[in-house]
Design a protein around this ligand. Structure first.
Ligand SMILES: *[C@@H]1O[C@H](CO)[C@@H](O)[C@H](O)[C@H]1NC(C)=O
Ligand SMILES: *[C@@H]1O[C@H](CO)[C@@H](O)[C@H](O)[C@H]1NC(C)=O
Ligand SMILES: *[C@@H]1O[C@H](CO)[C@@H](O)[C@H](O)[C@H]1NC(C)=O
Ligand SMILES: *[C@@H]1O[C@H](CO)[C@@H](O)[C@H](O)[C@H]1NC(C)=O
Ligand SMILES: *[C@@H]1O[C@H](CO)[C@@H](O)[C@H](O)[C@H]1NC(C)=O
Ligand SMILES: *[C@@H]1O[C@H](CO)[C@@H](O)[C@H](O)[C@H]1NC(C)=O
Ligand SMILES: *[C@@H]1O[C@H](CO)[C@@H](O)[C@H](O)[C@H]1NC(C)=O
Length: 412
C-alpha cells in the first residue's frame, strides 16, 4: 500500500516534470474555409424567422444555409450541430426588437430586474460540433432600436438598469454553449443589445477576421467572451465596443489554451481576463495587438468574490494609444468581497509600446500573495503614472516613448 503510493508519487512527479506548458490554443488553427451551400435564401421583407430556421434544420451537416440577398428580419434562431449560417456580402440579418420573441416564459425579457436572465440569445449554438457563422455580410442586433410597443431602446433600458443598480434583460447576440469546434469567419456583428459573442464550456472556438462594432454608450456590449472555454483562437479581428473588447472568463469551468493573435481594438474596455475567474484562467497568449482609445490596454480584473488562479499568461508585441490604464492588473475589482482567493502569477509582458501617457495600475490583495509579473522591453510614454501595491515586478518600464503610431496588429 505504502509502496504503491510511493510509486504513484514518482509517476506523478515525472508526469509533472515532462508536462510542458503550452500557453496557447493547442490546435493548429489556420484560416477557416467557407462550407458548401445547402440552400440560398432571399429575404422576404417580412419576419423571416421560420423561413431561416426551417432551412437550418433541414440543411445537411457540413454545409451552410446562405442568406444571399436582401435584409432579413428575424427573431431568435438556433444553428444546429454541424450546420453553418453564411451571410453573404451586402446582406444583413437583423434581430427584430420585439422583447416577447426572446422571452424565456417569465415575461422578463425587455424589463429590469435583479437577475438579467430573462431573454434567449438572438443566435444560439448549443451541444453542437462543427457549426459556424460565415460571410462578409452583417448581423445587426439593433441595440439602438426602440423595443416594439415601447419608447425605450435596448441600450436605454440597459442604462436605466445601471442607474438603479439592477440588471437589464436584453438578448445576447450569439451564445455558444457546450459545443466543439465552432467557427466565426469574416462576419460583421453590430449593435448587440447585450454581449455580442459569448461561449460557455466550448472546446475549440475560432473567431477569425470578424468585425464587431457597437457605438459609445452601449452598456455591456462585450465583443467576444470565451467563458470556461478551451482551445480558443481569436485572430485578425477588429473590435470596437461599449465594454470589454475581449473578456476571458472562467465562471463554471477553467478557461485555458487561448490565443489572441493579430487583432485591432477600437473603443472599449480593452483586452480583459476576468472578473469571473473562479475555475482559473491559464495558458493564454496575446500577440500582435493594437489597442486605440480604450479605457484599458491589457487588463486582468478579479476579486475575492469570483477569484481564482490566473497564470501562464503572455502578452507580446502590443501597441497601445490613448488608454487611461494601459496595463491594469487588479485583484480587488469593484471592491466586491467573498471567500475566493485570487492569484495572478507568471504574467509576462514583452515588446510593448505605449504611445501616450496613462496610469499603470497593479494592485495585489496582500503582501504574502503578490501579483507576479515580468516586463521585457516595455516602452512607455513619458509622464506616465504608477499605482502599484502588493506586486512583484521583474524588469523595468522604459519611459522613452514620444509619440509615433501603432501598426495594424501591434508594433508592425
Ligand atoms: C501542430 O503542428 C505541429 C507541427 O507541424 C505538430 O507537431 C503538432 O502535432 C500539431 N498539433 C496538432 C494538435 O495537430
Ligand atoms: C485542445 O486541442 C488539443 C489538440 O487538438 C486536444 O488534444 C485537446 O483535447 C483539446 N482540448 C479540449 C479541452 O478539447
Ligand atoms: C411614447 O411617447 C409618446 C410621446 O411622448 C407617447 O405619446 C406614447 O404614448 C409613448 N408610447 C409608449 C408605448 O409608451
Ligand atoms: C449558456 O450558458 C450560460 C452560462 O453557463 C447560461 O447562463 C445560459 O443560460 C446558457 N444558454 C443556453 C442557450 O443554453
Ligand atoms: C475596424 O472596423 C471599423 C468599423 O467598425 C472601421 O471603421 C475600421 O476602419 C476598421 N479598422 C481596421 C484596422 O480594419
Ligand atoms: C510561465 O508561463 C509560460 C507561458 O507564458 C510558460 O511557458 C512557463 O512554463 C510558465 N512558468 C512556470 C514556472 O510555470
Ligand atoms: C499626458 O498627455 C496629455 C495628452 O497628450 C498631455 O496633455 C499631458 O501634459 C501629459 N502629461 C504628462 C505628465 O506628461
Amino acid at each position: 500500500m505504502q509502496q504503491k503510493s510511493f510509486y504513484s508519487l514518482i509517476i506523478f512527479t515525472i508526469l509533472t516534470l515532462i508536462h510542458v506548458v503550452t500557453a496557447r490554443d493547442l490546435r493548429n488553427v489556420t484560416e477557416p474555409k467557407i462550407p458548401q451551400i445547402c440552400i440560398s435564401l432571399k429575404a422576404t421583407g417580412k419576419d423571416d424567422s421560420t423561413f431561416i430556421q426551417k432551412a437550418l434544420d433541414s440543411c445537411t451537416k457540413g454545409k451552410a444555409v446562405a442568406l444571399s440577398s436582401g435584409i432579413f428580419n428575424s427573431g431568435p434562431l438556433t444553428i444546429p450541430s454541424g450546420v453553418s449560417l453564411l451571410v453573404e456580402e451586402g446582406v444583413s440579418l437583423r434581430a427584430l426588437p420585439t422583447a416577447s420573441l426572446y422571452d424565456m416564459g417569465t415575461n422578463a425579457c425587455g424589463t429590469i430586474d435583479e437577475y438579467g436572465l430573462g431573454c434567449k440569445p438572438f443566435i444560439t449554438i448549443r451541444n453542437a460540433v462543427g457549426s459556424g457563422i460565415y460571410g462578409k455580410g452583417t448581423i445587426d442586433g439593433r441595440g439602438s432600436s426602440k423595443m416594439t410597443g415601447t419608447n425605450r431602446t435596448w441600450w436605454q433600458k440597459a442604462r436605466d438598469a445601471l442607474s438603479v443598480h439592477k440588471l437589464q434583460n436584453n438578448p445576447r447576440l450569439i451564445q455558444i454553449n457546450n459545443s466543439v469546434d465552432i467557427t466565426l469567419y469574416q462576419i460583421t456583428l453590430k449593435n448587440p443589445p447585450f454581449y455580442c459573442v459569448a461561449t460557455s464550456e466550448t472546446y475549440g472556438f475560432t473567431a477569425w477576421a470578424v468585425t464587431i462594432y457597437s457605438p459609445g454608450g452601449s452598456p455591456n456590449t462585450d465583443g467576444i467572451d470565451p467563458v470556461g472555454s478551451q482551445n480558443v483562437t481569436i485572430a485578425y479581428c477588429n473590435i470596437t465596443t461599449g465594454d470589454d473588447n475581449v473578456g476571458i472568463k472562467a465562471l463554471t469551468a477553467p478557461g485555458r489554451h487561448v490565443s489572441v493573435l493579430n487583432n485591432h481594438f477600437g473603443r472599449g474596455h480593452g483586452l480583459s481576463i476576468g472578473s469571473e475567474t473562479n475555475y482559473g484562467v491559464s495558458d493564454v497568449t496575446v500577440s500582435g495587438l493594437t489597442v486605440n482609445n480604450c479605457a484599458n490596454g491589457v487588463r486582468i480584473k478579479t476579486n475575492t468574490f469570483r477569484g481564482g488562479l490566473i497564470t501562464n499568461v503572455k502578452y507580446d508585441n502590443v501597441c497601445i494609444t490613448n488608454a487611461e490604464y494601459p496595463i491594469h492588473l487588479d485583484e480587488d475589482y469593484y471592491h466586491i468581497h467573498g471567500t475566493a482567493t485570487p492569484a495572478i502569477k507568471n504574467i509576462t509582458i514583452s515588446n510593448v509600446r505605449v504611445l501616450t501617457n496613462g496610469t499603470y495600475r497593479i494592485h495585489g490583495l496582500s503582501k504574502s500573495n503578490p501579483i507576479e509579473v515580468t516586463l521585457i522591453n516595455v516602452h512607455i510614454a513619458k509622464g506616465s503614472k504608477f499605482s502599484i501595491s502588493n506586486a512583484n515586478i521583474k524588469g523595468n518600464w522604459i519611459e522613452d516613448v514620444t509619440g509615433g503610431s501603432c501598426g495594424l496588429h501591434g508594433n508592425v
